[in-house]
Structures are given as C-alpha cells and as structure tokens.
Design a protein around this ligand. Structure first.
Ligand SMILES: Nc1nc2c(ncn2[C@@H]2O[C@H](COP(=O)(O)OP(=O)(O)OP(=O)(O)O)[C@@H](O)[C@H]2O)c(=O)[nH]1
Ligand SMILES: [Mg+2]
Length: 296
C-alpha cells in the first residue's frame, strides 16, 4: 500500500481546486472564474485498493496583503513543506509567468515535484504547448511535466498514476470512505461563499466571510438545519448581498441549499443573515473567529 500527501500549488486561478475535485472525483473545493477564491488548506482524499492520496488544495501563490492575504500566502507556502510530493498547477494556456513566486517554494522542497500544465483544452494548435513546456523544464528539475485539463479530464488519470507512484510505502492514514478532514461547517460556509463569488461582483466576494452558527441534524423527517452569517466589511456591501427586497440573499440561499442537499443527500434548511464586521480582513480577532488561523 502507498499513502501520502500531495500539495497542489500554483498561481491564483490556475485550476488547483478544479483539479482537486477532478482527482478525488467529488466536489470538495470551491471554484470560481476569479483569482483568489481558495483561502484555506483544503484536503481531498482519494483511496484505491493500492493507495491513499491526500491532496492538499491551497490558496494561489501571490504576495499577501493585509491579515487575510498573509494568512493565504503562508498557508500555501507551508502546505508545500509538509507533504510527500508537490504538484505545481500552471495555467498552460500561457498566462502564468515563470517566476520566483512559484519557483522559490519548489526550490525549498526536497521531494519530487510534478508540473501539471492545465487548461490545455484551450490551447490550439497543441504545438503551442511546446515552448511553454520548454520554459518550465528549464526553470526547475520537475519529475515530469504533463499537459492536462482539469475541466474535461484530459490526462488526469495519467497524472493520478504518476502522483501515486511517487508516494512512499505506507498504510492508509484515513478510513477508506473518508473524502476530506474538513468539518461539515467549513464545507457549508464555503458553498455559501462560492455562490457569492458567482452572483456578486468586483470587491464584494472578497469582502465576504461566512460563519456557520448552527448545524443540527434531525431525524424523522431527516433534515439538516443550518444557520449561517455572511459577514461583509461595509454597509454598502450588505445592501448588495441582500439585494432589492432580499432578492439576492434569497438566490444565494436557494442555490447553496440545492447544492448542500445534493452533497449531504438529505433535505436542508438554510437560514442566512448578513452582518457588517468592519475591515475584518485586517482584524486579527475577526480572522481568528472566522477560522483563518495557522494550525502548525
Ligand atoms: N478551460 C478550462 N478552464 C479551467 C480548467 N481548470 C480550471 N478552469 C477554470 O479556471 C477557473 C479557476 O479555477 P479554480 O479551480 O478556481 O482555480 P484555483 O487555482 O483553485 O484558483 P484560486 O483558488 O483562486 O487560487 C475556473 O473558472 C475554472 O472553471 C481547465 O482545465 N480548462
Ligand atoms: Mg482554488
């Protein structure tokens, strides 16, 4: 049996979370078309008869500004220190620069590093990939550089095989049916946040934090009762998240509830309220309260 940890690191928006979901086969990490969607270390566990791989999704590597930005940067850098293998995820459609921000954590890492050139479904003709592969090959001694598409699955099975082969011989670290080690409350907060990323614009999604206040499972009839608060930084943002006559909040709630019902497989009641916490992204106490604290 092989078992171990694989960190997915890379620039914001490269497709790390999409790839984690693809490799695990379940949607565990939220995705949006905007950079800096992921804020925490998120695990996704894939167990096969011969191996258990714990994928670690991370915030995009980016110079961190403010308390939250620094937390995100440190989270990404630390993830690359405490794993067996690193998989660098690059936007292979050409936009990601080959720079120190990405190369420095790789240089510090002593284990094998793979490079997944993602989004190749967007690259035509495929010969356009060759100079990009060359650039990355000369930047670091990767164990392998593989063009993939996390969106359509191209080469993802191959990547899974390569990453599995690189793991140490070890018994499983988690039960065979585990898919992550995040608490349910974290998952719920993330799904609400993802809906806000999809439905609001500009600064609003970045100014949002979601805290689950209550999550109770009822039997007969089976139902999950969830109460959560959406925190924003300013009154104007509160107005946007609530919307005219409460229309936006209702839409966020309905969309999130549908997804949570799919995930948990039971009926869900989701009660959402919106509150202002001024400048929470720079407030150490609020950051702790919203779960942005380094654990190691
Ligand atoms: N065409 C195409 N789009 C992709 C692919 N993988 C991801 N995307 C899209 O790229 C965007 C960013 O994807 P994410 O998975 O959120 O990227 P990320 O690296 O986790 O981003 P951060 O969490 O912000 O660091 C989303 O709109 C995805 O749908 C791919 O293989 N092909
Ligand atoms: Mg992400």
């Amino acid at each position: 049996m092989k078992a171990g940890f694989v960190a997915l690191i890379g620039r914001p928006n490269a497709g790390k979370s999409t790839l984690l979901n693809r490799l695990v086969g379940e949607k565990l990490s939220i995705v949006s078309s905007r950079p800096q969607t992921t804020r925490n270390r998120i695990t996704g566990i894939k167990t096969t008869p011969a191996a258990q791989i714990i994928f670690v999704d991370t915030p995009g590597l980016q110079p961190g500004r403010g308390g939250l930005g620094q937390f995100m940067q440190q989270t990404a850098e630390r993830a690359a220190e405490e794993v067996d293998t690193v998989c660098l995820v690059v936007d292979g459609s050409g936009r990601d620069a080959v720079d120190e921000l990405v190369l420095a954590p790789l240089a510090r890492f002593s284990g094998p590093v793979f490079c997944a050139l993602n989004k190749v479904d967007r690259v035509r003709p495929k010969s356009r990939l060759l100079p990009i592969i060359d650039r990355w090959r000369s930047a670091h001694a990767f164990a392998e550089i593989l063009p993939i598409s996390a969106a359509d699955g191209t080469n993802c099975d191959r990547l899974l095989t390569l990453l599995t082969d690189a793991l140490p011989e070890h018994p499983a670290l988690f039960p065979a049916d585990a898919t992550s080690d995040q608490p349910e409350t974290f998952y719920v907060a993330e799904i609400v946040r993802e809906r806000i990323f999809h439905l609001t614009h500009q600064e609003v999604p970045y100014a949002v934090a979601v805290r689950v206040n209550e999550l109770v499972e009822h039997t007969r009839p089976e139902r999950l009762d969830i109460r959560a608060t959406i925190f924003v930084e300013q009154n104007s943002q509160k107005g946007i998240v609530i919307g005219k006559g409460g229309a936006m909040l209702k839409r966020i709630g309905t969309d999130a509830r549908r997804e949570l019902e799919r995930f948990f497989g039971i009926q869900v009641f989701l009660g959402l309220t919106v509150d202002v916490r001024r400048n929470w992204r720079r407030d150490p106490q609020a950051l702790r309260e919203f779960g942005f604290r380094l654990t190691s």
